[in-house]
Design a binder for this molecule. Structure first.
Ligand code: COA
Length: 320
């Protein structure tokens, strides 16, 4: 048994900050942000929460896949910005959808979240434990961004994406994942729910902090490696792959991966200019956009690759 994406959906808040809006908050410019990141604007939640966006993306994915909520065996939400710690976002999604047969829990794997959730879904389906799984990436990163730090606040946006994965007979594709906890401090955010949180809050430790250069170096090294490792476990070569759908962190990271791997950049779709980095939501938001625009055709081979805080990274091969 393998899991196949049979429905995809996404949601982003209407409200957005373009680079000129950001330049009113911190000392930066539209030109600097575009040149270093490729980002032009990012959606920022106003009324929406991580949960409400997860529900909207989930409804869109179910509708796209013509799947009833009652058919779901598992709802797995990847998020680092849940608006409630308990109950988990997935349980709230279950309640909103009426997915009464689903088991629900959340996963924290930052920007690798969607790929890790996808891999977990594959493992559950292969084991026979669940057959129809809803995975969601939903983030309100604007709540944890340090809006005084121009080195990081320019990058992030809010949004959600979801995929319904259904078990079927067919070729099983590999997944590869890795983590390196010794590098955790290069992209970190402490919980507000701990003793002494007031001091940590004042010191901005409860907001996202990032060593941009280190994260950049990590991404351009590990992403090509993990894709090579993934393809090495198959009979496919990179020429057989139709699309490389990478986590949308920075246009320069994606361009550098394409160059290092000697793959045409046209095979690396991007929408970072519109959304910024939406962490666990970036890959399903992009897949949904590609699907709606007719770029994705059944039978195409796609590599998805995620990377980020942990540090964690991973890649999966799938057939659309
Ligand atoms: N506007 C204007 N200047 C800025 C700036 C901004 N928003 N942010 C930083 N700078 C300045 C710095 O202060 C520094 O000035 P100095 O030389 O006078 O000290 C200069 O620009 C260079 O800073 P640096 O941090 O070296 O820039 P960079 O080229 O590494 O670009 C990032 C910064 C954040 C865009 C880049 O490192 C990056 O994208 N890293 C990966 C981050 C990422 O993807 N994180 C999520 C992973 S999931």
């Amino acid at each position: 048994m393998r899991g196949k994406i049979c429905g995809i959906g996404a949601y982003a808040p209407e409200n957005f900050y373009d680079n000129h809006d950001i330049a009113k908050i911190v000392e930066t410019s539209d030109e600097w942000i575009r040149e270093r990141t490729g980002i032009v604007r990012r959606h920022i939640a106003d009324e929406d929460t991580t949960m409400s966006m997860a529900v909207k993306a989930a409804r869109a994915a179910l509708e796209n896949g013509k799947v009833e909520a009652k058919e779901l065996d598992l709802i797995l939400t990847a998020t680092i910005t849940p608006n409630t710690i308990i109950p988990c976002v997935s349980c709230e999604v279950q309640k909103a959808l009426g997915a009464e047969n689903a088991t629900c829990f959340d996963m924290s794997a930052a920007c690798a979240g969607f790929v890790f959730a996808y891999n977990a879904a594959q493992a559950y389906i292969a084991s026979g434990m669940y057959r129809t799984i809803l995975i969601i990436g939903s983030e309100t990163l604007s709540n944890i961004v340090n809006w005084e730090d121009r080195g990081s606040c320019i990058l992030f946006g809010d949004g959600a994406g979801a995929a319904v994965i259904r078990g079927e007979e067919g070729e099983v594709f590999p997944c590869v994942t890795h983590s390196d906890g010794t590098m955790g401090e290069v992209l970190a955010c402490e919980s507000r729910h701990q003793k002494g949180w007031e001091e940590k809050e004042a010191a901005k430790q409860t907001y996202l902090s990032m060593n941009g250069k280190e994260v950049f170096k990590f991404a351009v090294k590990k992403v090509p490696e993990v894709i090579e490792e993934l393809l090495g476990r198959t009979d496919y070569v990179k020429e057989d792959i139709d699309w490389f759908v990478l986590h949308q962190a920075n246009q320069r990271i994606i361009e550098s991966v394409a160059k290092r791997m000697k793959i045409d950049i046209c095979k690396f779709p991007m929408n970072i200019s519109e959304f910024g980095n939406t962490s666990s939501a970036s890959i399903p938001i992009l897949l949904d956009e590609m699907n709606r625009s007719g770029k994705l055709k059944r039978g195409q081979k796609i590599v998805i690759a995620g990377f980020g805080a942990g540090l964690s990274w991973g890649a999966s091969l799938l057939e659309w």
